[in-house]
Design a protein around this ligand. Structure first.
Ligand code: PLP
Length: 379
């Protein structure tokens, strides 16, 4: 089987599994316990925090371990907006874009509905890029946060983080980047963002661990109240094994990033060229060059994307129609609609996402896609 849905999740790396195992066994302490078993766990957590911070270009104290990026994104938006509301007594204003992951969009919608926060959802161009000028024009005197995806999970478009950060920094508004899909492909340090979300399971750590790294100067209210862990920003006994795994995975991803990018970009480009040559209706979605190395997403006008996925799976290729959350739903992707793609065309989308270690022969893969599309069309 050829698994090409790494944007959804991937296997735990052997190096990560090895690093985690002791914490599922003999090193089982609770980092809050005041005895040697607890202190050993606390030391491992401190070490993991330092290592994650180093890759993200943050301070160790900025790193808040979470259950994943959904929680990290919820914490960034709700934590910053509620802190501002408590400080000023006014609901404030948030800026995001129309193509974000549901965890950002639904958090913004919650703040709008429950706290009266004003939300601007920036439009994107046909390639999925947010314009720095649009961002500048959207900022208000009461804007508390700009929250955008660094790279999009469905189409792979990579935003110009430096330009967006320059605009928000000039306006003294913190920029939060959802860097989940960027990890292992793009530099995470030095983006100019004040906050970053990452998820372990996209880079070879287990599901259920992630982090929000947010600079200490950005006021943040916790979502989870209780024992005061994570400097009172995220209560709950820490996932020590997960944090250790995240640190190891992130360090490895960063060390291998340039190699992975060069290797996988070449495979992806050959695959995309052959798909476009073989299938007349195929259109690549997202930006032609400002895209994640591992992502190739297409529409196949007139052919159901779900039916193509089934044909591909019969041929041993596992891929997806886009976001794992949207999979199985009949709704066209909000990302593709925001690019200006018609709903009936958006429903023909298929996304192939390669892992950082992909060793794939692009020609037979493209041939399998062409055969699958032809099989669906001939029905
Ligand atoms: N943000 C993006 C861009 C994603 O691709 C994902 C993936 O699922 C998430 C957030 C949510 O991450 P998690 O699955 O760790 O909650």
């Amino acid at each position: 089987m050829l698994y090409l849905d790494h944007a959804a999740t991937g296997p735990v790396r052997p190096e990560v599994r090895e690093a985690i195992l002791p914490f599922l066994g003999e090193r089982y302490g609770n980092p809050s316990s005041h005895h040697t078993v607890g202190e050993a766990a606390a030391a491992a957590l401190t070490d993991a925090r330092r290592r994650v911070a180093a890759v993200l270009g943050m301070r160790p104290g900025d790193v808040i371990f979470t259950s994943g990026a959904t929680e990290a994104n919820n914490l960034a938006l709700k934590g910053v907006a509620v802190a501002a509301l408590l400080r000023t007594g006014r609901p404030g204003h948030l800026v995001t874009s129309a193509i974000e992951h549901e965890s950002l969009l639904a958090s913004a919608e919650f703040l709008e509905r429950v706290h009266g926060v004003a939300v601007t959802r920036l439009r994107v161009d046909a390639d999925g890029l947010v314009s720095a000028d649009d961002l500048a024009a959207s900022l208000r005197e009461d804007t508390v946060l700009v929250s955008l995806g660094y790279a999009n999970n469905e189409i792979g478009t990579v935003q110009d983080a430096a330009a967006l950060a320059a605009v928000s920094t000039a306006a003294r508004v913190p920029l939060h980047l959802d860097a989940v899909q960027a990890a292992g492909w793009l530099p995470l340090a030095g983006t100019g963002a004040e906050a970053l979300s990452i998820a372990g399971h996209k880079i070879g750590a287990p599901q259920g661990i992630g982090a929000l790294a947010i600079r200490g100067r950005v006021p943040l209210e916790p979502l989870l109240h209780g024992g005061g862990q994570e400097r009172d920003r995220r209560s709950g006994t820490e996932n020590v094994a997960g944090a250790v795994g995240l640190a190891v995975a992130l360090e490895l991803a960063e060390a291998e990033r340039l190699d992975a990018t060069a290797r996988v970009t070449a495979v992806r480009d050959a695959f995309v060229a052959r798909v476009l040559a073989l299938i007349a209706e195929a259109r690549l979605t997202g930006h032609a060059s400002r895209r994640l190395p591992g992502t190739a997403s297409f529409t196949f006008s007139g052919v159901s994307g779900e039916a193509v996925l089934l044909e591909l799976e019969r041929r041993g290729v596992v891929s997806s129609s886009g976001s794992a959350c949207a999979a199985g739903s009949d709704e066209p992707s909000h990302v593709l609609l925001a690019l200006g793609i018609a709903p009936e065309v958006a429903q023909t989308s298929v996304r192939f996402s390669f892992g950082h270690h992909a060793t794939i022969d692009p020609a037979p893969l493209a041939d399998a896609v062409a055969a699958s599309v032809a099989a669906v069309r001939s029905r």
